[in-house]
Design a protein around this ligand. Structure first.
Ligand SMILES: NC(=O)c1ccc[n+]([C@@H]2O[C@H](COP(=O)([O-])OP(=O)(O)OC[C@H]3O[C@@H](n4cnc5c(N)ncnc54)[C@H](O)[C@@H]3O)[C@@H](O)[C@H]2O)c1
Ligand SMILES: O=C(O)C(=O)C[C@]1(C(=O)O)C=C[C@@H](O)C=C1
Length: 362
């Protein structure tokens, strides 16, 4: 059993506390907000810290990025034998500040980290014990961190089901600029374009818009800090995106002027195909090769029990449901259930559901 002290009991801290407690570890909780702290305790993330407890083996700082370094420094000073990590989404700026404030022996016990798992919601109430299951967790050693400290943080991440990747801070920051920070900005700007749209137009939204904008609901205070903390790397990726957008705009403007706009269709096609290639590289769980699922779309009447009946019929057909999206336009009497299955199951499932009277989309 490891004694883990969590500082910052919001979404990530509370999720971690729940997962560690469930795995049999002794977790204590600390947050400047008494409500956040008690809510985390009530969600079984651990017990409230008191002065009586033995010192923790590991301290995890899960506070907003701009206060993380100060909290790490305080923890290194307060518990002279503990390994201290943080889970901030940016790593180089935090390491720089910790390096500037810690003594050499203190710095050896600090190893930054970053679970690549989260949600578009903040706070303990959004916490989930399975948040880290099957997700990458980056462990970020530096020149003087001890092997024991790196092992302790690695072990903690594995305990909650994460797949550990070890990376230096600058490499981490460059990678997450492309796989997390620019995607957040892209979702935000696409969603921002909906603000002035007439109600009837927004009402047409299908699954495509929902897929692209889920994370536009994220906390602006947190993300302002993340973007500011990784400014150079995010700007580099954005410049590349801007180049692609400029090409698309050039092609669209040319097509607006004349249908015969040589080269324009080629530009549009190249950008879309590049997107196919990039998308195909996104790994599955535990970093496995991406699994290509196919979707069977079924019309579901808006009546009690219809979706449960459909799921029952999918199970009875012996097909494993990999994912499910329910698309439901405002004011419509039917929805469309998009059932993701492995390619080999598509035809058997379509045959079984049609046989039972379900209406399928092509
Ligand atoms: N949200 C995500 O998807 C996600 C994923 C991975 C990592 N992270 C990182 O985890 C950290 C926490 O993010 P979150 O989404 O859990 O945020 P959150 O807003 O849900 O929780 C942050 C908590 O920190 C507390 N806090 C504020 N100031 C503090 C201080 N000075 N000392 C200690 N605690 C303080 C707040 O009261 C709050 O309870 C951030 O550094 C973030 O970059 C977030
Ligand atoms: O899935 C989400 O909602 C997230 O925003 C998670 C996500 C990500 O980009 O993958 C966001 C920020 C974190 O630093 C780590 C994970």
């Amino acid at each position: 059993m490891t004694r883990v002290h969590v500082i910052g009991t919001g979404l990530v801290g509370t999720s971690l506390g729940i997962a560690l407690t469930a795995a049999g570890h002794a977790v204590t909780l600390q947050d400047p907000s008494p409500t956040a702290e008690r809510l985390a305790r009530d969600l079984r993330a651990g017990s409230l810290a008191s002065t009586q407890e033995p010192a923790p083996d590991v301290v995890v700082v899960a506070a907003p990025p701009d206060v993380v370094a100060d909290a790490v420094l305080e923890a290194l000073g307060r518990w002279p034998a503990a390994v201290v990590t943080d889970v901030a989404s940016v790593k180089e700026s935090v390491l720089r500040a910790v390096r500037a404030g810690a003594s050499a022996p203190q710095l050896e016990r600090y190893v930054g980290s970053h679970p690549m798992a989260g949600r578009e919601r903040s706070g303990a109430a959004a916490a989930r014990g399975d948040l880290f299951d099957g997700r990458a967790w980056v462990v970020v050693p530096h020149e003087t961190s001890t092997d024991a400290a790196v092992r302790a943080v690695t072990e903690l991440a594995r305990t909650v089901g994460a797949a550990v990747r070890v990376m230096p801070a600058h490499e981490h920051d460059e990678a997450v600029a492309a796989v997390s920070h620019v995607p957040q900005l892209a979702a935000s700007v696409v969603a921002a374009a909906l603000r002035e749209l007439p109600e009837e137009a927004v009402g047409l939204a299908g699954q495509g818009l929902r897929d692209v904008t889920r994370i536009a609901a994220s906390d602006p205070r947190l993300w302002t800090q993340i973007l500011a903390g990784n400014a150079a790397a995010v700007a580099d990726v954005l410049r590349h995106v801007r180049g692609e957008l400029d090409d698309v705009l050039g092609a669209l403007d040319a097509l607006t002027r004349t249908e015969e706009a040589p080269g324009s269709l080629g530009v549009l096609s190249r950008v879309l195909e590049s997107g196919n290639l990039g998308h195909a590289r996104i790994p599955g769980k535990h970093g496995a090769a991406p699994t290509a699922y196919e979707v069977v779309s079924v019309v579901v009447p808006d009546e009690p029990g219809a979706l449960a009946r459909l799921l029952g019929d999918v199970g009875a057909a012996g097909v494993n449901l990999e994912d499910l999206h329910l698309e439901h336009g405002i004011g419509q009497a039917v929805g469309v259930a998009e059932i993701a299955v492995v390619p080999a199951s598509v035809e058997p499932l379509r045959a079984a559901l049609s046989g039972l009277g379900w209406r399928l989309h092509d």
